[in-house]
Design a protein around this ligand. Structure first.
Ligand code: NAD
Length: 317
């Protein structure tokens, strides 16, 4: 079988990854990146297409040659691929349900820890030689986490790990997830409104779908405590960014930790860059070496299972 990775450099940006798990049953061609108008030429005669957050829309999929039978997204979120268009052409789309679970949960809690100690504000103040936090009363929020409430929206793989880390810090954990889940006694399932009202930190861990786009909007932000923070390591469009900016400007909420933005990278004049109570990172949740090599290994499992006739992790059955 022939497989082509259309934008391998997005995953292997440091040339450190071992791709041999993908080549036990395939001949693999890697392209560093592919523009939309290059895709069709590159998928000719290929059986398996591998993408990493590369937009592959109906316009392209509808013209895929009949040889293509599988699109393997090198990640968990697959909102970049038109899975309905793929199904119409009898192409399976599979993802990697969890490869960076611990890393993303650790990043979410890194934001929580940093925001609770107002590290971004303190760093900014010292950088401009403002020593008032040495010489006067501390002028920024600074508090312990035990006993504070962590609200988790979406209790899947990453959400669960975030819950576990929050509990380890002594936080009370409340969860909103519309789909039934079993958890120990230590957590409480509540409505999304209750998560917003009660939490000191809200961490988003649901996928981006038509239902969850702008799940956090002006109305929902208005339910949050002015001392509360929002953390998003999932997908930028879960939050209406204009509403978030307004809520931060008005002091309606205390701050935010954002690994993902509505437009990536954000425009250079995005007001979030100017806000000292906001930490932004460039969608790094999945990028630690360990996570990326695990991803390649799991993609090998997906591809081998597909070739052997028992596909796994198919998201468009
Ligand atoms: P998962 O599928 O295991 O969990 C998603 C959870 O969201 C499920 O429990 C589901 O029931 C819940 N959910 C679905 N709709 C919901 C809604 N309307 N409201 C609340 N909850 C809802 O996925 P995961 O592995 O935990 O990953 C979560 C998301 O994290 C992915 O979809 C991806 O977008 C994002 N992610 C980001 C990075 C990064 O680099 N920052 C890396 C990996 C994953």
């Amino acid at each position: 079988m022939k497989a082509v990775f259309l934008n391998a450099a997005k995953l292997d940006f440091d040339n450190k990854l071992d791709f041999s798990p993908l080549t036990t049953l395939t001949t693999l061609t890697n392209y560093d990146s592919s523009e939309n108008d290059e895709i069709l030429a590159r998928v000719q005669d290929q059986d398996i297409i591998i993408t990493k957050e590369l937009p592959v829309g109906r316009d392209v999929i509808s013209q895929f040659p009949p040889s293509v039978k599988l699109i393997c997204e090198a990640g968990t979120g697959y909102n970049n691929i038109d899975i309905v268009a793929a199904r119409e052409k009898n192409i399976d789309v599979c993802n990697i349900p969890s490869y960076s679970t611990e890393a993303v949960a650790q990043l979410a809690i890194t934001f929580v820890l940093n925001l609770s100690a107002s590290l971004p504000q303190q760093h900014h103040m010292l950088s401009r030689k403002d020593f008032s936090n040495f010489t006067n009363f501390l002028s920024v929020p600074h508090f312990e986490l035990q006993g504070k409430t962590l609200g988790v929206i979406g209790a899947g793989a990453i959400g669960r790990n975030t819950v576990r880390l929050g509990l380890a810090l002594g936080m009370n954990v409340i969860i909103y997830d519309p789909f039934p889940k079993t958890f120990g006694e230590d957590v409480k399932f509540v409505s999304i409104e209750e998560v917003l009202k009660q939490s000191d930190f809200i961490s988003l861990h649901c996928p981006l779908t038509a239902d969850t786009k702008h799940i956090i909007n002006k109305e929902r932000l208005s339910l949050m405590k002015p001392s509360a923070y929002i953390v998003n390591t999932s997908r930028g469009a879960l939050i209406n960014e204009a509403d978030l900016i307004e809520a931060l400007r008005n002091g309606q909420i205390a701050g935010a930790g954002l690994d993902v933005q509505e437009i990536e990278p954000p425009s250079t004049d995005n007001p979030l860059f100017e806000m000292e109570n906001v930490i932004m990172t460039p969608h790094i949740g999945w990028r630690r070496y360990e996570s990326r090599q695990r991803l390649v290994n799991l993609m090998g499992d997906n591809i081998n299972a597909f070739i052997e006739g028992s596909p796994i992790n198919v998201v468009n059955k």
